[in-house]
Write a protein that binds this ligand. Structure first.
Ligand SMILES: C[S@@+](CC[C@H](N)C(=O)[O-])C[C@H]1O[C@@H](n2cnc3c(N)ncnc32)[C@H](O)[C@@H]1O
Length: 198
């Protein structure tokens, strides 16, 4: 099953799987960003981070493999009178030709073997001084039942980030936290939080 089929079936249900509020960690970093920054939200699903940044006046593009996730995002943006550019695409086929002031990702479950290329494309797409901010499930999340994949190849280690983004400043923390993100993420979880600056 492709990522699109898998996520379309999840997002076809009523409501917003991860809720309406942005990811708390990503939202807490908004103070790092200059007004009207150009934001790219990758693996953005139903659009909770994209809506948050658009409401704050940022120029937002959201990318996801799921057309159903993105159509829910567009419907919500229309209701809230927000302008959000969307691209339906598998990130393995991302052709980087634009630069962004910030790239964000919450719970983008890419396979281990896809990550080196993905991280290179993220780094390439950041303007000088720009940030990549993200929250991901750690490989230790297999010990928790608050959500996320059971397949270890879709979970992350601190080293995955350390060995990429070699020319960037990096803050990478693995920590146990409590998630309250819709039906999809509820309860104690082990996550990796990154703030990477080019
Ligand atoms: C757990 S959901 C998180 C959605 C959103 N970031 C959030 O936190 O609400 C994972 C998202 O990543 C997207 N995704 C996974 N693999 C992808 C890929 N290879 N290319 C594009 N999107 C992908 C899925 O379609 C899905 O929307």
């Amino acid at each position: 099953m492709s990522q699109q089929e898998f996520w379309n079936s999840k997002f076809s249900r009523d409501g917003f799987l991860y809720g309406l509020k942005p990811n708390t960690f990503i939202a807490s970093k908004i103070k790092l960003l200059k007004d009207k920054s150009k934001v790219l939200c990758i693996g953005e699903g139903e659009g909770r981070n994209a809506v948050f940044f658009a409401k704050k006046g940022f120029a937002v593009t959201a990318v996801d493999a799921s057309d159903i996730g993105l159509s829910k995002l567009k419907e919500r943006a229309k209701e809230e009178n927000l302008d959000i550019h969307t691209l339906c695409m598998d990130l393995n086929h991302w052709d980087t030709n634009e630069k962004y002031d910030v790239i964000v990702a919450s719970y983008l479950h890419m396979y281990k073997e896809e990550r080196t290329a993905l991280f290179e494309k993220i780094e390439e797409s950041l303007s000088d001084g720009a940030y990549f901010i993200g929250e991901f499930f750690s490989t230790k999340q297999v010990n928790y039942s608050s959500g996320g994949p059971r397949d270890e190849d879709l979970l992350y280690t601190v080293d995955d980030f350390k060995k990429s983004f070699l020319l960037c400043d990096k803050e990478i923390n693995e920590q146990v936290t409590i998630l309250d993100e819709g039906k999809g993420h509820q309860g104690e979880a082990c996550v990796i939080r990154v703030v990477i600056q080019k």
